[in-house]
Design a protein around this ligand. Structure first.
Ligand code: GLC
Length: 490
């Protein structure tokens, strides 16, 4: 199959969050299954021009958006692993150092329009267009409205970010007519881009089975649950995998000491190095809790903040927190770090090297999310032998099994209620269990041996793509005769 991924970010070009990891690594896993998968994203000013050289795929052309004329072109770059990435080039993206920022709605509106114009001009024609998150969610709508033959798939990585707009935008952008084209029995969509991906894509997926079940409820549905229930039969959860080449403690160049399941003793050097870097007492015996996260309520920062005093008072655990998010939590964490100099280190910002060092050096990895579509941190942590402490929600529920009391079975410490009491209880369980040296070591070996690579999930996407194409009647259309022969495997 020929599949085009359309997304706002992708490793190794630009990464803000987990979306980039998925768009960067799933295409590789699919090409290993024999498919031709390419990525299309904006050409941001922050993309390292020295590292990724580009060629022109489509010369400048004009498009009309929001009553102005914009000049757009298409570039293409080839990655070192052979992957091809198309970069939609327009001054709105290349002229700014931000990926998202305050003009995100207008910029991604332009991006979606540009993708629509580019598709028929492209010398490589996909059968399926796989769109990710709200930034690309108008594409499925316009593919339908313009009778394009491409099949479309829309993946929700996080329902909380929807690309909202007001009634004025609906008029100014010329979107109103398309907006009103929905069938009469469709629930009224809230005014945002995300709703259109959910409504119009041939298939809708999200990044774990549990999250797929959660988002059809009002509690997790972010006001899109009526629409999601309406499309329930076309909604599916497929858990994300991890790029096992990038995240491999045996070869990772970003950590002080490489190790695997059979050389766990070497891991201690990473712990001591992390303690040193974090200016905490260097002592292998003290349990060290790590957190790499966006610092906001989704990630559980409110209950972490509420628990800190108790935790650092009542246990001798150390904590290293790395991330960025809401100013309020930056201030609060920095204050706590000043108070608990010997126990808490906080680094505000993105730092990929430090993130790897935390995964490789901490004993426990904390993810107390209020909701979590999939979560990659817990997968990386397990790969690196850090035992996850997580709330039972979304992808965390699907990938971490609660440890039994004697640590004989299970893969992490799981709590259910979203409150600081439940969080503290889980951490205390972890800190106590850490004293059981032999049993703990076995847990580390067990979680490091789990397989969270993309292989299994890529196969699930593959069969979903086939199903989507069949649904679309691809096998019958003239242009797809060759395709249908190829994808019929009997
Ligand atoms: C979003 C979600 C996260 C998921 C990631 C990749 O960042 O919040 O749970 O792992 O997308 O799908």
């Amino acid at each position: 199959m020929r599949i085009l991924f359309v997304a706002a970010e992708a490793t190794p070009l630009v990464k803000v969050g987990g979306l980039a990891d998925v768009v960067g690594s799933l295409p590789k896993a699919l090409s290993e299954l024999g498919h031709d998968v390419r990525v299309m994203m904006p050409r941001y000013g922050v993309i390292d021009a020295g590292r990724f050289s580009v060629a022109t795929a489509i010369d400048d052309f004009n498009i009309r958006v929001m009553n102005t004329t914009k000049s757009v072109s298409l570039k293409v770059t080839e990655l070192s692993d052979g992957g091809k990435v198309y970069l939609v080039d327009s001054a709105d993206f290349s002229g700014s150092s931000e990926v998202y920022g305050k003009d995100a709605l207008k910029r991604f509106f332009l991006f979606c329009r540009a993708v629509l114009e580019i598709l028929p001009k492209l010398d490589w024609q996909p059968e399926l267009v796989h769109c990710h998150d709200w930034h690309t969610a108008l594409i499925p709508l316009w593919l339908k409205r313009n009778d394009y033959h491409y099949a479309s798939l829309f993946t929700i990585h996080n329902l909380a970010y929807q690309g909202p707009f007001d009634d004025k935008f609906l008029s100014d952008s010329g979107l109103r007519r398309d907006w009103q084209s929905r069938p009469a029995n469709v629930p009224e969509p809230p005014l945002n881009c995300m709703s259109q991906g959910i409504l119009w894509a041939d298939m809708v997926t999200t990044v774990s089975e549990t999250y797929a079940r959660e988002i059809v409820t009002p509690e997790y549905g972010e006001r899109l649950d009526p629409l999601l229930r309406y499309r329930r039969e076309k909604l599916l959860g497929i858990v994300n995998g991890l790029d096992y080449e990038e995240y491999n403690p045996a070869t990772d160049p970003l950590i002080p000491a490489n190790y695997d399941c059979s050389t766990l003793d070497k891991r201690i050097a990473n712990k001591l190095a992390l303690q040193k870097q974090a200016k905490l007492p260097e002592n292998a015996e003290i349990p060290l809790i790590g957190m790499v996260s966006r610092l906001d309520e989704q990630k559980g920062l409110d209950i972490v903040a509420e628990s800190l005093d108790f935790l650092l008072h009542k246990t001798r655990a150390q904590m290293v927190i790395l991330g960025k998010g809401i100013e309020y939590y930056h201030g609060l964490l920095k204050q706590a770090a000043n108070k608990y100099l010997k126990q808490l280190a906080v680094v505000i910002g993105f730092d990929n090297a430090l993130a790897h060092r935390i995964y490789a050096g901490c004993d426990m990895f904390l993810m107390p999310s209020r909701f979590e579509p999939c979560g990659l941190g817990q997968l990386i942590a397990m790969r690196y032998g850090a035992v996850p402490v997580v709330r039972r929600t979304g992808g965390l529920a699907d990938t971490v099994q609660d440890l039994t009391q004697n640590l004989g079975e299970g893969t992490g410490f799981v709590f259910h209620d979203y409150d600081s009491k439940a969080l503290v209880t889980a951490i205390r369980r972890a800190v106590d269990a850490y004293q059981e040296k032999e049993a703990w070591r076995k847990v580390m070996q067990r979680i490091m041996a789990l397989d969270f690579s993309w292989q299994a999930s890529a196969k699930k996407y593959e069969s979903l793509y086939y199903k989507t194409l069949e649904l679309k009647g691809y096998a019958k259309s003239q242009s797809a005769v060759g395709l249908s022969r190829r994808f019929r495997r009997d």
